[in-house]
Every structure is written in structure tokens, then in C-alpha cells.
Ligand binder design. Structure first.
Ligand SMILES: [Fe+2]
Ligand SMILES: [Fe+2]
Length: 278
């Protein structure tokens, strides 16, 4: 049995004692071990929810980080107080690039809020732009090379380019692919590389049917045309997988997906549990 538990999300499951915060984290348990995918923003929410859900962080075999943004990496140091020494950390080689949000000329740092040097005594870095198998049947997508479709970007996200600035190309954006008996389950952090680009890459790389897509899909900046095309492509090229859009997906996109695929679109607050066969 494979168990995917949403540990941190903007919302928490109704009538639970779980907490929410703007952020994302999943716990993945397979017969071969456990992975923590992202850490939320504060660490406090992840630790509280893990306690509530009976998840022992000392039993985690590997960490995987979807991308640099603080709402996915901010909990890292708190989490590392509870995980085993020198736990492997899978992420993009571009993880530690400085990233900013620029509003009216004012800069806010939104990348990993810790230096690589500060993390180095606690983790074994496994930074690789290629797909990597973390545990049997659980892979990173690696970098998404083909960005021919619209990306899950925000116009305010910038990186330094010499003395100037350029839009963040989100080279660090990874998703996870879980090979269940029923098909592929794809877990997004924020999906900045683009919903369709990521799914195309997964289909091409792993050559199986995608049955579920879960996580932040960052469709806030998608136009009506983008959303329409995404819905048609999901239907025609991907056989309408179950989707659990959450975190940064955006209300308009969630409603559009729910209207198009009412019985296939599901909420995913903290506490949500998805199970699959191995
Ligand atoms: Fe995010
Ligand atoms: Fe993000």
C-alpha cells in the first residue's frame, strides 16, 4: 500500500485538530520507506500536524524539495531537528539561487531562507537535474525541459541577471512521480514549470497513464484561454486524471476544473489521505 498524506496546506481538514498555513508538504509512505516532500513555511505547522496524524519524522528516509520558495522550504531546519542524521535531500541543483518578489520596486527574498552551508551538516545533498528514483517507484521529475505551454508563473517573481533582473525561469521546479499499480500519481509543489508541461514530461518519461495529479498548480496568472486549453488537454491527452488542486492553484482555476470534471476534482486540505496499491 502507498499512502500519500497532505501534511501542510493553506487549509486543514474540517473538524480536525490540524493547522493550516500558506505552504505545502506531503508525507509519502511506501512498503520500502517514507519520504517528506516539502516542509511548509514555518515548520511549526508541519510538526503539529505530524504529531496529530501519528507520523514519526525520525522514520523518514529522504527529503524531497519541490522548489526554493519559502512556503515549501521554510520548515526545513525545524524538521531536521527530528529527522535522522545526514538524511538525503533530493532537489534541483538550482535550489539555492536567490529569488525575489518585486512589488513597486521593493524586493522581498522568497527563496530558501537558509544557506546551503547551514543545511550541510544535517543533510546529504542529492541535487540532480535528471529524474532520480528516491525509493523504489518514487521518482523526481527532474527539471522540466520543454516549456512550450504556459507556465505557472507570477510576474513579480524575479532573479538577478548581472546588474539587472529577469523573470524567474523556475529551473528548480520539480514534481514527484509515484508509480502505483493503478498508474502514475504526480505530486506538485507549486507547478511553476506549468501544469501541462509537467504532465507531458511525466508521460514521455514514465510511459504510463497518469491517474492522479495533486498539489499547487499555480494557475493564478492563467488566462481564460490557458484554462480552457488545460481542460481540453487534460481530457484529450491525459484521460482526465483525478485532480486535487490546492495551495497556489487559485480559485478561478479550481472552479473551472471542478465545473469541467466535477466528480474528478477534489479538495486537498491538510490531513487528506490518498491510498494506492503497489
Ligand atoms: Fe507555494
Ligand atoms: Fe512557489
Amino acid at each position: 500500500m502507498i499512502k500519500i498524506r497532505c501534511l501542510v496546506e493553506n487549509a486543514a481538514r474540517r473538524a480536525s485538530a490540524l493547522w493550516g498555513e500558506h505552504g505545502m508538504a506531503f508525507h509519502i509512505q511506501t512498503p520500502d520507506g517514507a519520504i517528506l516532500f516539502d516542509t511548509g513555511q514555518s515548520g511549526e505547522v508541519l510538526l503539529h500536524n505530524a504529531r496529530e496524524l501519528g507520523i514519526d519524522l525520525a522514520q523518514i528516509d529522504a527529503l524531497a524539495i519541490s522548489h526554493a520558495h519559502y512556503d515549501h522550504t521554510g520548515g526545513l531546519m525545524r524538521v531536521l531537528e527530528h529527522t535522522r542524521p545526514m538524511i538525503p535531500l533530493y532537489a534541483s541543483p538550482d535550489l539555492f539561487r536567490a529569488r525575489y518578489s518585486v512589488h513597486d520596486g521593493a524586493l522581498t527574498s522568497i527563496g530558501v531562507p537558509f544557506t546551503r552551508e547551514k543545511l550541510a551538516p544535517k543533510v546529504e545533498f542529492r541535487l540532480n537535474a535528471e529524474p532520480v528514483e528516491i525509493l523504489p517507484g518514487v521518482w523526481t521529475t527532474g527539471e522540466i525541459p520543454d516549456r512550450s505551454d504556459f507556465e505557472g508563473r507570477s510576474a513579480t517573481h524575479q532573479i538577478r541577471d548581472g546588474d539587472g533582473w529577469q523573470p524567474d525561469p523556475y529551473r528548480d521546479d520539480f514534481s514527484l512521480v509515484i508509480q502505483a499499480a493503478e498508474g502514475l500519481v504526480v505530486l506538485f509543489g507549486c507547478g511553476h514549470a506549468g501544469l501541462l508541461n509537467i504532465l507531458k514530461h511525466v508521460k514521455r518519461t514514465f510511459r504510463r497513464e497518469i491517474i492522479t495529479v495533486v498539489g499547487g498548480m499555480h494557475l493564478i496568472s492563467a488566462t481564460e484561454d490557458d484554462l480552457r486549453r488545460a481542460i481540453v488537454t487534460l481530457k484529450t491527452n491525459f484521460g482526465t486524471p483525478d485532480v486535487y488542486p490546492c495551495h497556489c492553484t487559485g480559485e478561478t482555476a479550481y472552479v473551472a476544473l471542478a465545473r469541467a470534471f466535477s466528480d474528478k476534482t477534489h479538495p486537498c486540505p491538510a490531513g487528506t489521505l490518498l491510498t494506492y496499491e503497489t
